[in-house]
Design a protein around this ligand. Structure first.
Ligand code: HEM
Ligand code: HEM
Length: 243
């Protein structure tokens, strides 16, 4: 079993040398904090009205850069950031789901197999939302920067799904928060503090991460930002959509 699904209970059996250790690297924690801010900004700028659309676009670009970064980090980041450390098959997901009571619950070192799929869904729908937005238009005045690549009809279709998906994103975020708070208050398993500090309380010797790969993260972030910028700057001029 990968270390992401490694439970604290099992760790006690393996070694008595259990103490606080670094699990979440700084790039992953910054990713989470910035994703929270950028996604919230994308919603708030829409709710505030047309005058804020420029900021909506920037918030959306930020989400896209962050998701691109996270996808690559899932392959070359430290141990617990890697997809291979927490994505598991249906059997383990089901096993986690049946242990969601206070008595049966076992704390995980990384993401647990059930929460992992929630994370994959969040990354997928947020990524898709930004891509749809790039080609969308609001039939009044606001357009995404890549509308020049598609017909007016297709741009309307993308805008439709951009609106639909925004509701799914709100529902997924609500579920994410309910799940985190359930762990916090009902299962008495503190997931929030480690996502801020990086440290978990009970980590057996040898299972904490020793390098956060900060330079690699910075380089990947710059490449992701550069790729998004190049995509936008190289787009054809916005065509006349008839309004
Ligand atoms: C727009 C709002 C939010 C979004 C889009 C979001 C998204 C995510 C994502 C993608 C991850 C996976 C991290 C990774 O491995 O890359 C995650 C994990 C996590 N999030 Fe959020 N999050 C949001 C808000 C919050 C808030 C407000 C809290 C605190 C109350 C929170 C607490 C956590 C915790 C504790 C984890 C780690 C779960 C675990 O240990 O398995 N999130 N979130
Ligand atoms: C995760 C990132 C994003 C979120 C959460 C988001 C969310 C939203 C929401 C809630 C609306 C209003 C839908 C409605 O009127 O009911 C909207 C509209 C729009 N967004 Fe985004 N958006 C994101 C990214 C982007 C990006 C990257 C672009 C392009 C640069 C973009 C372009 C647009 C456009 C053109 C509209 C108007 C579409 C219409 O009203 O039919 N969005 N977005």
């Amino acid at each position: 079993m990968g270390s992401g699904g490694y439970t604290v209970q099992q760790s006690r059996d393996v070694s008595a040398a259990v103490r606080s250790g670094l699990i979440w690297d700084l790039p992953l924690r910054l990713f989470h904090g910035l994703l929270l801010i950028a996604t919230s900004a994308a919603f708030v700028t829409q709710w505030l009205g047309d005058a804020w659309f420029g900021w909506h676009r920037w918030a959306g670009y930020a989400v896209l850069v962050l998701i691109l970064f996270r996808c690559v980090w899932g392959f070359c980041g430290p141990r617990y950031a890697r997809f291979s450390s927490f994505i598991r098959g249906p059997r383990q997901v089901l096993a986690t789901a049946t242990r969601l009571s206070r008595v049966r619950h076992q704390s995980s070192l990384g993401h647990n197999p059930l929460g992992a799929w929630m994370i994959v869904v969040l990354l997928l729908i947020l990524g898709s939302q930004t891509l749809l937005g790039l080609f969308a238009n609001d039939e009044v005045s606001e357009v995404g920067p890549l509308v020049g690549y598609v017909t007016a009809h297709l741009s309307h279709v993308f805008a439709h799904y951009h609106r639909v998906l925004s509701n799914f994103i709100l529902a997924a975020i609500a579920l994410h928060l309910v799940a985190v708070l359930y762990y916090q208050w009902v299962l008495k398993d503190d997931l929030i503090r480690p996502m801020i500090s990086g440290f978990k309380a009970q980590v057996p010797r040898g299972l904490a991460i020793t390098s956060q790969r900060l330079w690699l993260a910075l380089m990947l972030l710059l490449v992701a930002a550069g790729a998004v910028l190049a995509l936008i700057l190289s787009a054809p001029a916005v065509p006349d959509l008839g309004y």
